[in-house]
Write a protein that binds this ligand. Structure first.
Ligand code: NAD
Ligand code: ZN
Length: 357
């Protein structure tokens, strides 16, 4: 028996207004003639947050287009243009949702690793540490701020650069930054966290480490989306800590059915992670009865639209593509259904599930 020995984020600052400490935090990380690069979610272009970024010398703000989830080509283009312009940089600071944070992690790694980010999609393929990297979430739920992966769509697969070099050196958790997120988006990304908790807590990989974090994260999600009648500052605080704890929970277990099925949707149809998980969760009574019941209650209470019928009219070939991607996520299925998962989740059964979505 060998236990996972996982690398964590080095420094964490939490608090309303913590963003104001960024200049001080970055000062000792600055190298002569090498700028800090602030990779900022394009939503913030022209918004007041941009004026609070502590620019010094040749520092640069790059707005990240996150209309689609991060691609290896996008990562390579960003890293190559930074190498061309500056040789090296002092650090990459990702400010945004899970997509921007993943881009920042991947670009940091590609500043110091040869070839294309597509060469490193998988487990422990990254050869050298990246440049200094910090993550500053503006949406709560994915757990990308704590995870050891960065999910990328590449030429042949959607898979993370999963390695000990991937976690951030620093994260800045400032709940004020999530305050103006749109209601639907906040819910979809928040449900990513809720679903991480259910999949971890109901999974066969569960242990006391994951359980401790998973239970806390679940309780915080319930406070925010079940107990309260309106959103307040405390909700931003609670969901930010739920995301962190949910990420810590799956770090030592694994996600499950909703994620495995949602990856197929995302690969074929480009469905985004948060909403894709919600579309699937809506139909998983058989696997997570209590979680799905509560999920439906939260959808109704928060007046959220979950799309239906997204697989209508797809061809057999398209269903096969989704099934292949999904069935390929072996650890997720094993966590969800146990060692004999292949006998339980047959291709026919998965096809029937996709047809219902
Ligand atoms: P996102 O980063 O894709 O952003 C969704 C939308 O919200 C975008 O249009 C963005 O511009 C906007 N946005 C972000 N912050 C905002 C704010 N404060 N106010 C208004 N709009 C804002 O959404 P997400 O759900 O946070 O992240 C999903 C991504 O995270 C996917 O690419 C997924 O693969 C990845 N992910 C990674 C991990 C990991 O461990 N690395 C885990 C889960 C998901
Ligand atoms: Zn997720």
């Amino acid at each position: 028996m060998s236990f996972r020995n996982f690398k964590m984020v080095d420094y964490v600052v939490f608090g309303r207004g913590a963003f104001n400490q960024l200049d001080e935090i970055l000062a000792p990380r600055r190298k002569a003639d090498a700028p800090m690069i602030f990779l900022v979610d394009h939503f913030f272009e022209g918004k007041p947050l941009v004026n609070r970024i502590p620019l010094r010398g040749k520092d640069k703000i790059i707005f990240a287009d996150v209309t689609y989830e991060p691609k290896t080509t996008q990562v390579d283009a960003l890293a190559n243009s930074l190498k061309e312009s500056f040789g090296t940089v002092s650090g990459i600071i990702g400010i945004g949702g899970g997509s921007t944070m993943d881009l920042a992690k991947a670009v940091s790694l590609m500043m110091n690793n040869p070839g294309s980010s597509a060469d490193y999609q998988g487990w422990d393929l990254v050869k050298f540490p990246g440049v200094y990297k910090a993550g500053i979430p503006t949406l709560s739920g994915t757990g990308a701020e704590v995870s050891r992966t960065t999910v990328l769509t590449g030429p042949t697969r959607k898979l993370g650069m999963n390695s000990d070099f991937t976690p951030f050196d620093q994260i800045v958790l400032d709940p004020e930054l999530t305050k103006y997120a749109p209601v639907n988006q906040r819910f979809y990304t928040g449900m990513d966290c809720y679903i991480h908790c259910i999949e971890s807590l109901e999974g066969t990989y569960l242990n006391e480490f994951s359980k401790s974090y998973g239970e806390k994260a679940l309780e915080l999600c319930q406070k925010v989306f079940v107990a309260k009648d309106h959103w307040d500052d405390e909700s931003d605080d609670q969901l930010m800590m739920a995301s962190y704890a949910g990420g810590m929970s799956i770090a030592y277990s694994q996600v499950g059915v909703a994620h495995a099925v949602s990856y197929g949707l995302s690969y074929l149809l480009g469905t985004k992670h948060g909403i894709g998980n919600c579309i699937v969760m809506n139909h998983l009574e058989e696997y997570y009865p209590a979680g799905v019941k509560e999920f439906k209650y939260m959808v109704e209470k928060n007046k959220i639209d979950i799309p239906q019928g997204i697989c209508k009219g797809l061809t057999d070939e398209q269903f096969d593509t989704m099934i292949n991607v999904s069935i390929g996520m072996k650890p997720l299925w094993e966590n969800a259904l146990g060692k004999d998962w292949e006998k339980i989740m047959t291709r026919e059964k998965l096809r029937a599930l996709y047809e219902r979505l």
